[in-house]
Design a protein around this ligand. Structure first.
Ligand code: 6GU
Length: 256
């Protein structure tokens, strides 16, 4: 998977080079490219923003640097040499352009799974007052446009949101996580939160690991874990319980 990120703070994205995501990039599973928006400005002050037409607080990101940065990304890479902006004759899907914004659709594990199947993702990190709408509209002709929010709160810019989305998506790319089983037994994978986990010692400061986990009875352990997941989800995320399908008798009893 190819991932491009455009930001006026490319240093923010350095964190992605650490840990599993960085390793995947080194191994060639992910082709991660971070671009500085100011490299696509040509005035003395590398201006990327200006005051909003119609008045109001804050600044708006100018259209032209964004268009040049996105055109640069479209013109690069495998399709590069012969292809030019606007070449999408159906052989290849358009790259997905994610525009982080509190006004976007909310990103969740389902969206992450969908994006994990894409060949090319581009993240356009703006400041939250936003980017001139005309370049967003223009980009919609060349990209599969996806405004995305990571939750109902406001950040100062799209960088942290992009990092969260990139981490959630790239860990689902085959090969990035060594043990794919660790992907299936997770919160949000099947609509329930995780069960509590323990490691040695079996007794720590007068607190004991639940006995069933030491029993070697795999059926009992699986049942205990499911019960804890149901309880925990009902306690902290009743909205998720409401979204579950038909539950069996035992599950229903746990929730009563
Ligand atoms: Cl994706 N961007 C910004 N700037 N703020 C947010 C957000 C994104 N998601 C929630 N708040």
């Amino acid at each position: 998977m190819r991932i491009d990120v455009v930001s006026i703070f490319p240093e923010y994205l350095e964190g992605l080079k650490l840990s599993l995501i960085g390793k995947a990039a080194e191994q060639g599973l992910l082709d991660l490219n971070v671009h500085d928006l100011r490299d696509f400005t040509f005035d003395r002050h590398n201006t990327v923003d200006d005051s909003p037409y119609g008045g109001g607080a804050g600044m708006v990101m100018k259209a032209e640097p964004w268009a040049l940065a996105l055109e640069h990304i479209l013109g690069e890479g495998p399709r590069g040499a012969s292809a030019s902006v606007g070449d999408h004759d159906g052989e290849k899907p358009k790259p997905i352009l994610i525009v982080p914004s509190p006004a976007g659709r909310v990103f969740d594990q389902r969206v992450a799974e969908d994006l994990a199947g894409a060949e090319h993702l581009v993240f356009a990190c703006g400041r939250y007052e936003g980017i001139d709408q005309r370049v967003i509209d223009w980009a919609g002709e060349h990209f599969d446009l996806r405004p995305m929010s990571i939750g109902d709160y406001v950040l100062n810019g799209g960088e942290v949101a992009s990092m969260a989305m990139i981490e959630a998506v790239s860990r689902l790319v085959p090969g990035v996580i060594g043990n794919p089983e660790s992907l299936t037994e997770e919160s949000h994978e099947d609509g329930l939160l995780e069960y509590p986990i323990y490691t040695k010692p079996a007794s720590w400061r007068q607190r004991d690991v639940p006995e069933v986990l030491l029993s070697g009875n795999h059926g009992a352990i699986a049942r205990w874990r499911r019960d804890r997941r149901l309880e925990r989800t009902a306690e902290v995320r009743p909205d998720l319980i409401a979204k579950l399908g038909e539950l069996d008798k035992h599950d229903r009893a746990v929730l009563e």
